[in-house]
Design a protein around this ligand. Structure first.
Ligand SMILES: [Zn+2]
Ligand SMILES: [Zn+2]
Length: 412
């Protein structure tokens, strides 16, 4: 027996329907807002992620599935969706068409994270990326779309958090102040933070370690260090969020794990998730297109984890089960029975029937196992009378009705 790779899983039974449903809801809303679908390859050159995500990040240092191809080139299974979309945007000269470009994508991502509950090494994301505008109205619109999605996904106890992490003019000053402050408490920080506080002190701000959190509580806040442009931009984002009627909290300690973010960052969090509480997250990345080799074009986007959504969503209860199990008793009944089957599926009713032509008891058991709502039973006697038995399997009631009445009854 050959088993699947650790941290990977098969999507089985009803779960596949939930994935489809979530993707369907997102696609519909993206397209209502003029977004175009983009599908990039799962495999990219390693260099793309090193340049975009940043050499000092956990993703690049520890978590990428990287291998050397036969021609010596290093390739990586994509750990996130933004860098590939930016690469495709540049490589296909998409910026030549109009000013603003809005894309959405969905698909598997790969990170070699420590295996723990709810963390898969192949996980699935839905995301958007917008290019061509620094307007705070775009930031607010993107956050509005995220807010709308988490509502449509029926995520329990969800809310939007926002912050601004400044730009290349004002962030360095903040980093210096933060480093000075952290240095005073160095011995209280976890090992990871002691290592990262020199090169990447911002990462200490979102460490999940309790003693680090204590230190961070009283640390300097980036919002106090924003330059005038960044301050005005953030004020405008907040104003437009009010116009979009999006409720949000400001979280002054929110930073992103990836180096390329500037100004607005945001998350959709659920209090039910505990430590790792983001369902979706994103931000503005005004320097990234340029960093990957394109023109100086600003961008903003977010990604949502489908597995996280499934964990927190109430959509599961809406997944369609078998509506009708069609029980046909005797070969002569099949002609009429299959006609009824075709009429029902034409009306979007989920119908199943038995291929083994077994007896009533056996077939009722199968209907039960499938969780069917109704059984429609037709035997030789019913056929002669031009009737059928409609059994409500939930309430264990049964009635005899004519063929013509069936659709009306099922609809009610
Ligand atoms: Zn700034
Ligand atoms: Zn820490």
């Amino acid at each position: 027996m050959i088993n699947r790779v650790k941290g990977f899983k098969d999507i089985l039974h009803e779960e596949g329907k939930i994935y489809e449903k979530i993707i369907g809801i997102a696609k519909e809303f993206f397209e209502l807002n003029g977004f175009k679908q983009i599908t990039t390859p799962i495999l990219e050159k390693t260099e793309l992620f090193v340049r975009s995500i940043g050499e000092t990040t956990d993703i690049v240092q520890k978590e990428m599935f990287t291998f050397q191809d036969k021609n010596g080139e290093y390739l990586t299974l994509r750990p996130e969706g933004t860098a590939p979309v930016v690469r495709a945007y540049i490589e296909n000269n998409l910026y030549a068409y109009g000013n603003i470009h809005k894309f959405y994508y969905y698909g598997p991502m790969f990170r070699r994270e420590r295996p723990q509950k709810g963390r898969l090494r192949q996980f699935h994301q839905i995301g958007i990326e917008c290019f061509g505008s620094t307007s705070p109205l775009l930031d607010a619109h993107v956050i509005y779309i995220l807010d709308n999605l988490i509502k449509n996904f029926k995520i329990k106890e969800a809310l939007i958090e926002i912050n601004s992490i400044g730009c290349k003019n004002c962030r360095p000053g903040f980093k210096e102040e933060l480093k000075k402050y952290l240095f005073k408490f160095k011995k209280d920080l976890c090992n990871d933070c002691q290592n990262r506080m020199e090169k990447n002190p911002l990462r200490v701000l979102d460490c999940k370690n309790d003693t680090c959190k204590e230190v961070v509580k009283n640390s300097p806040k980036i919002l106090d260090f924003l330059c005038d442009e960044c301050k005005t931009h953030f004020e405008m984002v907040k104003k437009f969020l009010k116009y979009f009627k999006v409720d949000y909290n400001i979280n002054p300690f929110m930073v992103r794990g990836l180096d390329y973010y500037t100004r607005t960052v945001f998350e959709a969090v659920s209090t039910l998730l505990g430590g790792q509480n983001a369902v979706g997250a994103g931000g503005r990345y005004d320097g990234l297109v340029n960093e990957i080799g394109g023109k100086n074009i600003p961008g903003i986007g977010f990604a949502l984890g489908i597995e996280r959504i499934i964990l927190l969503s109430e959509l599961e209860s809406e997944i369609k089960n078998t509506d009708v199990y069609l029980i046909l008793l005797g070969e002569n009944v099949y002609e009429k029975g299959l006609e009824i089957y075709q009429n029902l599926i034409n009306e979007n009713i989920v119908v199943e029937f038995d291929y083994e032509m077994k007896g009533l008891k056996n077939q009722l058991k199968k209907a039960d196992r499938l969780g069917a709502r109704f059984a429609v039973i037709i035997g030789e006697d019913e056929l002669k009378e031009q009737v059928l038995l409609l059994r409500d399997l939930k309430e264990s009631k049964q009635e005899k009705i004519s063929f013509q009445e069936l659709l009306k009854k099922l609809r009610s």
